[in-house]
Design a protein around this ligand. Structure first.
Ligand SMILES: [Zn+2]
Length: 83
């Protein structure tokens, strides 16, 4: 039996980070203004060094969508294991 080590995650690289906006920003998705001092999220753009800024409402929707996608993958795997 080989050592498996740490389980890898499908979220690779940098995790989205909740930050306090240092200046006025706009949400990438809903274009809503994010005021200085309010919470927003920096989500890394895959394959780049850049980030996208989202408001917390949009980030929640993105997290929910990610969960749906993960559930879909999980169901597919489970169907393969025990049809
Ligand atoms: Zn938004």
């Amino acid at each position: 039996m080989t050592k498996k080590g740490k389980t890898p995650s499908l979220i690779s690289g940098k995790m989205p980070s909740l930050i306090v906006a240092k200046g006025r920003r706009h949400c990438t998705r809903c274009k809503r203004e994010i005021c200085r001092g309010s919470r927003c999220a920096d989500v890394p753009i895959p394959g780049t060094m850049g980030d996208k800024t989202y408001c917390t409402d949009c980030l929640l929707e993105i997290v929910e969508k990610s969960r749906e996608d993960l559930n879909q993958i999980e169901n597919q795997i489970r169907n393969v294991i025990s049809p």
